[in-house]
Design a protein around this ligand. Structure first.
Ligand SMILES: Cc1ncc(C[n+]2csc(CCOP(=O)(O)OP(=O)(O)O)c2C)c(N)n1
Ligand SMILES: [Mg+2]
Length: 223
């Protein structure tokens, strides 16, 4: 939730579930207002898809044809509440139907599918035809946070996802099919681990920002 990168136009997370969806629409409104060739992407979980702010943001984004893509990461649980207990419709992309927004759902266990499907949504939003809501069907192996032991689901369920759908396992298979050798895969694993370790070290060493700059933000590269 606390990751952000001004250089990469990553706004960071938001503590109020669903409360940031209007902020994503607001970023898209800024791009449209300034005539910039940009698209905003807003990520949220299944837990956000019943929030009022989410529906309101969708309605206005569609009405004003904002260059926005809304990505719902439906991992079947909002903390400990399963999707069946919280939503009558479990295809959350259908939330867009009420406002006439373009929408679809895809299997996000395949990293290439994520790239292609989100790419299609961004291309659509970029044309000025209006926003898109995509549902990325996924899963999480651990609890929502360190304080969630995840006791609300069967261990078998978790093991089944790991065994049959794991996106890293699939990506490794795809890389092998493309001719990647064991040595290259090992090097890749090591370089990713080093990059993550560097990022953690950077975060640990970074001082808290001064409260006076709390509201300073400009999009990198913006006019
Ligand atoms: C408005 C609001 N209500 C409740 C919470 C407490 N809360 C934090 S995360 C969460 C569940 C979010 O579900 P989801 O977006 O699916 O995330 P996941 O559990 O899959 O990580 C809740 C209820 C909150 N942060 N904000
Ligand atoms: Mg969830």
């Amino acid at each position: 939730m606390h990751m952000a990168s001004i250089e990469r136009n990553l706004f960071g997370g938001y503590g109020i579930v669903g409360g940031h969806v209007p902020l994503g629409a607001g970023a898209a409104l800024a791009f449209q207002y300034r005539g910039e060739d940009r698209v905003s992407l807003t990520f949220f979980g299944d837990g956000a898809a019943n929030q009022g702010a989410f529906f309101e943001a969708l309605a206005l984004a569609q009405l004003w044809r904002l260059p926005a893509v809304f990505v719902c990461e439906n991992n079947l649980y909002a903390m400990g509440t399963s999707i069946e207990r919280s939503s009558f419709l479990t295809d959350l992309s259908a939330r867009a139907d009420g406002v006439g927004m373009r929408r679809w759902s895809f299997d996000a266990y395949d990293v290439r599918a994520v790239h292609d499907e989100v790419g299609k949504a961004v291309a659509h939003a970029r044309t000025g035809a209006g926003p898109v809501l995509v549902e990325a069907r996924c899963y999480r192996y651990r609890g929502h946070s360190a304080s969630d032991p995840g006791k609300y689901r069967a261990l078998d369920e978790i093991e089944d996802y790991k065994r049959t759908k794991d996106c890293l396992m699939r990506a490794e298979g795809q890389l092998r099919e493309a001719g990647c050798t064991d040595a290259e895969l090992k090097e890749l694993h090591e370089s990713v681990e080093a990059e993550v370790a560097d990022a953690v070290a950077f975060a640990d060493a970074s001082p808290e920002p001064d409260a006076a700059v709390l509201y300073d933000f400009t999009f990198a590269g913006a006019a």
